[in-house]
Every structure is written in C-alpha cells, then in structure tokens.
Design a protein around this ligand. Structure first.
Ligand SMILES: NC(=O)c1ccc[n+]([C@@H]2O[C@H](COP(=O)([O-])OP(=O)(O)OC[C@H]3O[C@@H](n4cnc5c(N)ncnc54)[C@H](OP(=O)(O)O)[C@@H]3O)[C@@H](O)[C@H]2O)c1
Length: 330
C-alpha cells in the first residue's frame, strides 16, 4: 500500500484529523516571544497594538518579511525562536483573486505552509486567521467548525488550502475564522459608507447576505486571550484546531450600513441621513461570488477560551465617533 502525499496548496481536500501532544508552560507574559506577520494590515495593526504590552512582540510588515519567501521565513524564525507565531498576513483582495489566482494561492496557502513548517521545526504554536468565505453560504444556520467547507470563490479556496496546509504541517495550531472585519485604520466597509454618504443622498446596498461584522480590535483582544491561555494554563492539546469568531448580532450589509449611517449622524459627520434601499446580490454582480449566509457560530471559542463575542454596535460607535481624521467631513 502506498501513502498519498497531499499538497493542499495545489490540491485542496477537507481531511484534518491529527493527534497532538499536550503542552504546559509557566512563562511570564513578557518572556513569551511572539512573532507577528502582516503587521501593517488592518488586523495586524490591532494585534500589534494590543499585544505590545502583553508579550515580547516582534512585528514584521510585508516589507520586512514576505511569507512566500520560504528561506526568509525559516531564517527569521530559526533565529528568533518565537514561542508563538501569529499570521495576520494574507492576500485579501477578494475580487482581484478571481484573476490573480496564483498570487492568492501563493500568499494564502504557500505562505501559510511556510510558517507552519517553520513553527513545527521549533515546536512553536501558529495562530492563523481565516475566513467565513471557506463556506458556500448555502446552509440555513450559522456555520460551526464541524461544517464542511465549500468555497465559492478563489479567495475562499486559497484560504481553505492555507488552513489545510497548516493542519497538515503544524501540530500546534489555532486557526480563527472571522468575517466582515472593520477598524479605525485600513480600508473597510465602514469607511466606504462614511465616504459615500457625504456625496450620495441615496444608496442601494445588498440585503440578502448576512454575517457578523467584526471589529479588528476585538479580534486582537481574543488573540491576546488565546495567547494567555495557551502559555499560562494547562492548555489541553485537544484544544488546538479551528475556531470561529465574529461580531454579533448577525446583520445584512444593508442593516450594517443603516447602523453606520446612524453612528455617522450621531457623530455629526453628516447633517442629513441618506435613503438606503435594499437589493439582492444578483443586482450587484461582482467578480467573486459572496456567500449569502456568512454567519459563524462562535460557541466553541466562547466555551474553550471563555471570551465574549464581539459587539459590533459598540465598536462601530467608537470607530465612527473616534475623531478619526479619515472619517471627518472634508
Ligand atoms: N478583512 C476582512 O474582512 C477579513 C475577513 C475574514 C478574514 N480575514 C483574514 O484576516 C487576515 C488579515 O486580514 P486584514 O483584513 O488585516 O487584511 P489586510 O488589511 O489586507 O492585511 C493583510 C496584510 O498582509 C500583507 N501581505 C500580503 N502579502 C504578504 C506576503 N506575501 N507576506 C507578508 N505579508 C503580506 C499585506 O501587505 P500589503 O498591503 O503590502 O500587500 C497586508 O499588510 C487575513 O488572513 C484575512 O484573510 C479578513
């Protein structure tokens, strides 16, 4: 009988069962060495801000460490020997990925695989971010970690391939699937809407895609908790694996836009609220199909790590009203 060697970066499959050994650590926070990749991205900035006080943090932007360069990844990680690697790097241009599949796969799969191999070699833990877009969105209920992924666009395929590469090559991994990220920095839906309402009295926004908008600061906080639990408690090796984490309550893009407009009005960024019409996705075709149901069931991460879920309404008020220069009327 021959063993088939699967390369997820070129050949996606969905098997993920592994056996892990347990770890225990008594390190104090500041002696825990953490390497962060993608440190200048939307989530990366929030993680860097949040973890700087908590751990001994080594942040690398894209410019400083390209995760697709295997040699650089091995050199940096072998030299630094971090206890934990957090991968916030990714190819995130969902529509561009449709015509740039090789690059999306290179970053989201091969890059993730390089980090997984390097982590495994020094027995480090890899914390990685993934997405609701690994699912088709056809389910009637919120997706749990047990649900079978079935991406419907290139980005989703490349992210799923990255998850599989990590599961295959790094025993101690935590993969956090999140969704609809917004922050006070970077490009995101909140900023787009705030820009649009300055000049458009009427907006039309899809109302048949439902998900959980997630504040990047809350993702960073949860990662901080995960780091803390793994390094300071008797963390069972059974708890490595995939987790879902997103904002609550679930809402449509139109519902989210309504809340953004309300927050902008309250923050006095606009004088008059525009009218918002709902529409179906079919009326707003984009290169990459989006899942209609992006709801992630976050019960597992709540139970295992005892975290509270991201309250996007509170975060939105903060982001829109935070005197962010980017958001002020010009
Ligand atoms: N944004 C969302 O709504 C969302 C939803 C679900 C999951 N996620 C996941 O969350 C993670 C972070 O996303 P984000 O929202 O922070 O995206 P982002 O703002 O686009 O940040 C991604 C970062 O990765 C960097 N990067 C790209 N290619 C790289 C490479 N080869 N080596 C090293 N760095 C590289 C980018 O640098 P450059 O800009 O210089 O290329 C950027 O700084 C990703 O894994 C993403 O899939 C995001």
């Amino acid at each position: 009988m021959t063993n088939k060697v699967v390369n997820p970066c070129s050949e996606p499959n969905t098997s993920s069962s592994r056996f892990y050994t347990s770890i225990k650590s008594n390190k104090t926070s500041k002696t825990v060495k953490v390497l962060l990749t993608g440190a200048a991205g939307a989530v990366g900035i929030s993680i860097a801000q949040h973890l700087a006080e908590q751990v001994n943090l080594f942040s690398y932007t894209h410019e400083q460490l390209d995760i697709t360069h295997a040699d650089s990844v091995f050199t940096v990680i072998d030299k630094l020997k971090p206890d934990i690697i957090i991968n916030a790097a990714g190819y995130t241009a969902v529509d561009n990925a449709q015509v740039d599949e090789a690059q999306a796969r290179l970053v989201n799969c091969n890059g993730a695989k390089n980090l997984a191999l390097a982590a495994e070699r020094i027995d480090a833990i890899l914390i990685h971010l993934s997405t609701d877009y690994v699912f088709s969105g056809e389910s009637d209920s919120a997706y749990t970690e047990q649900d079978l992924p079935h991406p419907i666009n290139v980005y989703g395929h490349s992210k799923l391939a990255g998850e599989l590469a990590i599961q295959q090559h790094c025993a101690k991994h935590i993969i956090i699937r999140t969704a609809w990220v917004f922050a006070e920095h970077g490009h995101n839906f909140v900023k787009t809407i705030v820009e649009l309402i300055k000049t458009h009295p009427v907006l039309t926004i899809v109302d048949d895609q439902i998900g959980g908008p997630t504040y990047a600061g809350d993702i960073a906080k949860v990662i901080g908790t995960v780091v803390d639990r793994i390094t300071h408690t008797d963390f069972s090796a059974d708890n490595y694996g995939v987790y879902h984490y997103c904002g609550m309550p679930y809402v449509s893009w139109k519902g989210f836009a309504d809340s953004i407009i309300l927050a902008a009005k309250q923050a006095e960024l606009i004088a008059v609220s525009p009218k918002v019409n709902g529409t179906v996705s079919e009326n707003y075709p984009r290169p990459a199909k989006r899942p209609k149901n992006s709801r992630l069931d976050c019960g597992k991460i709540q139970q295992i790590f005892n975290v509270s879920l991201s309250d996007w309404q509170t975060a939105l008020t903060f982001v829109v009203g935070s005197n962010n220069k980017d958001l002020e009327p010009k």
